[in-house]
Design a protein around this ligand. Structure first.
Ligand code: HEC
Length: 158
């Protein structure tokens, strides 16, 4: 039993290792992965809230409240080490990033978009647990804040 477990772990490590070798391994790999993980947190919680707002997931006040609080917390994470200069998508050594060079070229303009999101998630966190109508009336601004930043600073999917 123990031996089998070890064999499975070794197999998993091997797969993870070969995956890493395939991806670009530039100096900003960790920062890029960390910021993408942050966006995955945004996306997961927006998915729950959006699913409830659209009636695809039954509304649950406790879950909505927690999801909105988590989204607000994630939107307020400090990001000063997540965006090192040179970690944009114009350099192949950065691998899979969609961060446009405009972020750095026009800095600090992007901070306005972050502020827009934080304002929207603060309101959403106040309202999401107060019933489906309250959730519906405040999720739009958060979605719009995601889109506004993506329109200007995230490359389209290839
Ligand atoms: C201030 C700008 C900004 C805001 C606000 C923003 N994004 Fe993004 N988002 C980006 C950029 C830039 C990238 C590309 C990051 C990269 O690939 O290095 C990105 C990437 C993503 C990704 C892909 C992550 C991955 O694994 O590659 C998802 C999903 C995402 N954003 C969802 C959201 C959601 C949902 C919101 C709103 C709740 C949001 N974003 C708000 C700028 C923003």
């Amino acid at each position: 039993m123990r031996k089998q477990l070890l064999a499975t772990c070794a197999g998993a490590l091997l797969v993870a290792g070969s995956h890493a070798a395939m991806a670009a391994d530039g100096p900003h790999k960790k920062a890029i992965e960390a910021r993408q993980a942050m966006f995955q947190l945004y996306s997961y919680h927006m998915g729950l809230l959006g699913g409830m707002a659209k009636g695809k997931i039954p509304y649950d006040a406790a879950i909505a409240s927690e999801a909105a609080a988590n989204l607000d917390a994630a939107a307020n994470l400090g990001q000063s080490t997540l965006w090192p200069a040179g970690s944009d998508n114009s350099n192949a050594e950065n691998g899979k990033t969609r961060a446009l060079k405009e972020i750095w070229d026009t800095y600090p303009a992007i901070a306005e978009k972050s502020e827009q999101l934080k304002e929207a998630t603060a309101v959403l966190a106040q309202n999401a647990g107060n019933g489906l109508d309250a959730l519906k009336s405040s999720i739009g601004d958060a979605g719009a804040a995601c889109k506004a930043c993506h329109d200007d600073y995230r490359a389209k999917k290839k």
